[in-house]
Each structure stands twice: as structure tokens, then as C-alpha cells.
Design a protein around this ligand. Structure first.
Ligand code: AMP
Length: 411
């Protein structure tokens, strides 16, 4: 079904076309009609499903008059706020809607100037928004549409109390669009309070690994991890790779060592200044850096076209982070590869991830590479016979319990 059947105006259809979208993704098909009709929507949608346009298009269509900020979009991270505002601006290029992103870590000056000149849609992170609410530079009295994006991430980073305070300042008569990859009890409770008779949409199980991604793991001793990283990067034909580390300090160390092996490397974690974060992401997107070493700050939602490989240098702490991290590759219709390094004492964490995604992650070996600490034969009972790191492998289908209608990526 083409976009033209969804009831969008011509300027927005032109915007969609200029983005190169041909058919709506499942979340867009399901969310746009009720949102255009003014209904509240609660959607659990896997990362990378096209949910930004699913809320941006109805918002742009429903805000007709100008004059005050009538739509607020809340995001958990600065990077997401910037990214969503860019998508909005792109989709709105044939309209006269004015958008602005406000987030911390940068000076107030340019944001203040933009606010004074008037904006229709604000994309914000909670902390900086609350500063502006306190100084009365932003008022929420005229909000017609409130979008809460990545709500489970807001919960993870401790923003839920601020989100509640912000929602309470919006008019009761409003439309609320609510997106969360998972719906734990705290989030369901928030939704019950914030939404009125919402349309419920579930697209794909948040447990499932994006089907365009092939993934596998290496069992490896701690002291061999860095050498394995170098060997994997050498072996695979990567254009751009994200390497996930558990800690900020770990990320810095890996980046430093990688630079010594002649890779161009960006680093993204919360201890870096906002300008450094912007430069790292922009440099990675433009191809200036071929590798980005990041903590989980980059695991959610960040959309970089053409990430060919994700390497979990450190196994994710929470099973759901596995899905988010490897969702950084294979976005939209591209395919990608994801590798996870697992140390011998991390069997429990691995079992948790495999239970969560409902499938076994294929075990890989890299020919000629010794993954054990001491030289000698590898006694690793977890390695499947016949699977080699050199071979590409097909992802296993998630089991029935985790497979749901619409779970595949839009193609
Ligand atoms: P999102 O989940 O909103 O971050 O979107 C993930 C990626 O899919 C982004 O690169 C979008 O530009 C892209 N995308 C969104 N909607 C469509 C569509 N209908 N067709 C093709 N690509 C899309």
C-alpha cells in the first residue's frame, strides 16, 4: 500500500518522496491513520522500524496554525533529539513548520535566540526542557500533540519523574503519542495515566533480532579480546563498525589501542562533552572515522546509514541491550553483521540473552586465531562444528513464541 492512501497532504507526500521512502513501514501503516484522526496511540515497536516518521507525519499534518509551540517531542538522549529533529525538518521541507531541538551540554544562547523567534515543534530532552520551563522561556499551555519517544529508555536513565512533571504541565486536552520498545509495569502505569483510550499497536517482538542482521559470537579469554577485535576487523570487509564497550573508561582504552593499529576512531560516551559527542557522531556518519567505540548511549535509536558491523567487545549487561546494539547495523533494508565477544565466565549472561531473543547465537571461530589465554588447543565445547568466522551464516528464525505478525523489517 503506497503512502498516498494514508490521507497525508501533498507537501508531506512530497517530503516522504524526497526521503526516498516508497511504501510505509508496518508501524507507519498502523500508527498514521489513528494519529491523523486525533487518537492517542501507544506503540511498542522495535528499534529502526521507521517510528520517527510514524509520529512526525501526523504531527506535521495536524498542526495547522502557527504562533506558539504546539507540539512537544520528548527524547531520552541528546543524539536522539538531534536526529529526530533532523528527520522532522526533512519531512517538513515542503511545509512552513518551524522545528527546534533543545538539549543539554551546549550553550543556551542559540537555543534561546531560536525560541524567541518562535517555533511550532520542540524536540527536547527532559533536563534542558525543565530549565526553560522554569525560566518561562518555554510554556506548554498550547501543546496540542505530545510525543513520548523511547519511554523505556527514559526509565533506564532515570528521567521518568521529570517526564511525569512535564506531562502534568501540558493541557489535559491534547493528543498523546507514546512509543516504547518494551512495556514494563512502570511504563504501562505511566501510559494509563497519560493516555486516553489509546489505539494499541505492537510491531514485531522487541525480543527479536532484526532479520537483516547476521550475528554470531566468539568465546574468548579477556587478554585475547583486543587482538581478536583487530583480527575480526581485518578479516571482515567492513565499511563502518561500531564497537560497544561496557564502561566509558573501557571505551577510551579500546579507542586508543585501535588508533595505534591505524584505524580512524571516534568515541561516544556520556563523559565526553556535547561538542565532542556531536563531532564523533558527525565524523562517523560522514566516513571520517571508520570505527566508533561507544557505550550503550549509542545503542538506542541512533541511525547511521551503512553501519556494516557491530562488535560487542563486552557482552551487554541487559539482554534487551543485545537487540538494541545489534539493531545499529542492518537498519532499513541493508544487511549487517554483529559479533559478540564472550569470556568463559560470562555463560550466565549469554544464556540470558539467548533466552531473551529465543534463539541460540551461532558460535564462530577465526581460523588460525587462538582465543584462549595460553597457547594450545582450544577446548571450547560451545563451538559448533562446521561454523567458521570466514563463512557468512544465515540468522536463525526466532522461535514461535517470539515471532509476531509484522516482526520483519519493512523492505
Ligand atoms: P527510525 O526507526 O524512525 O529511526 O527509522 C529507521 C530508518 O528507516 C531511518 O533511516 C529512516 O529514514 C528509514 N525509514 C523510515 N521509514 C521508511 C520507509 N517507509 N521506507 C524506507 N525507509 C524508511
Amino acid at each position: 500500500m503506497p503512502f498516498s492512501t494514508l490521507g497525508l497532504t501533498k507537501p508531506l507526500l512530497n517530503g516522504v518522496q524526497s526521503m526516498g521512502y516508497v511504501d510505509p513501514s508496518p508501524i507507519q501503516l498502523r500508527a498514521i491513520p489513528p494519529a491523523l484522526a486525533g487518537r492517542d496511540v501507544i506503540a511498542s515497536a522495535q528499534t529502526g522500524t521507521g517510528k520517527t516518521a510514524a509520529f512526525a507525519l501526523p504531527v506535521l499534518q495536524r498542526l495547522e496554525r502557527h504562533g506558539a509551540c504546539r507540539c512537544l517531542i520528548l527524547e531520552p538522549t541528546r543524539e536522539l533529539a538531534m536526529q529526530v529533529e533532523t528527520s522532522l525538518r526533512d519531512l517538513a521541507r515542503y511545509t512552513d513548520m518551524r522545528t527546534l531541538s533543545v538539549f543539554g551540554g551546549v550553550g543556551y544562547g542559540p537555543q534561546r535566540t531560536a525560541l524567541k523567534s518562535g517555533v511550532d515543534i520542540i524536540v527536547a530532552t527532559p533536563g534542558r526542557l525543565e530549565d526553560y520551563l522554569q525560566s518561562r522561556e518555554i510554556r506548554l499551555n498550547d501543546i496540542e500533540v505530545l510525543v513520548l519517544d523511547e519511554v523505556d529508555r527514559m526509565l533506564d536513565v532515570g528521567f521518568l519523574p521529570a517526564v511525569r512533571r512535564i506531562i502534568a504541565k501540558c493541557p489535559k486536552e491534547r493528543q498523546t503519542l507514546f512509543f516504547s520498545a518494551t512495556l514494563p509495569p512502570e511504563i504501562t502505569e505511566l501510559a494509563a495515566w497519560a493516555l486516553q483510550d489509546p489505539e494499541r499497536i505492537e510491531i514485531g517482538a522487541s525480543h527479536s533480532v532484526v532479520e537483516t542482521v547476521t550475528h554470531g559470537l566468539y568465546m574468548v579469554a579477556a587478554e585475547r579480546k583486543f587482538d581478536l577485535l583487530v583480527a575480526v576487523l581485518k578479516k571482515v570487509d567492513f565499511q563502518s563498525a561500531i564497537v560497544f564497550a561496557r564502561t566509558k573508561h573501557g571505551a577510551d582504552k579500546i579507542a586508543k589501542k585501535l588508533r595505534n593499529t591505524n584505524h580512524s576512531v571516534a568515541v561516544l560516551h556520556a563523559n565526553r562533552s556535547q561538542n565532542q559527542r556531536i563531532e564523533a557522531l558527525a565524523g562517523f556518519k560522514s566516513g571520517k572515522y571508520e570505527v566508533m567505540v561507544a557505550t550503550d548511549i549509542a545503542a538506542r535509536g541512533i541511525d547511521v546509514a551503512g553501519v556494516s558491523h557491530v562488535i560487542n567487545y563486552d557482552i551487554p549487561q541487559h539482554p534487551e541491550d543485545y537487540v538494541h546494539r545489534i539493531g545499529r547495523t542492518g537498519r532499513a533494508t541493508a544487511t549487517g553483521d554483529a559479533f559478540t565477544f564472550v569470556m568463559p565466565d560470562e555463560g550466565k549472561k549469554l544464556a540470558g540473552i539467548e533466552r531473551f531473543i529465543g534463539q541460540q547465537i551461532p558460535r564462530l571461530t577465526l581460523e588460525g586465531f587462538v582465543t584462549t589465554a595460553r597457547k594450545g588447543p582450544i577446548h571450547d565445547r560451545t563451538q559448533e562444528p562446521g561454523l567458521s568466522g570466514e563463512k557468512r551464516f544465515r540468522p536463525q528464525r526466532p522461535n514461535r513464541r517470539h515471532r509476531e505478525a509484522g516482526g520483519s523489517r519493512h523492505r
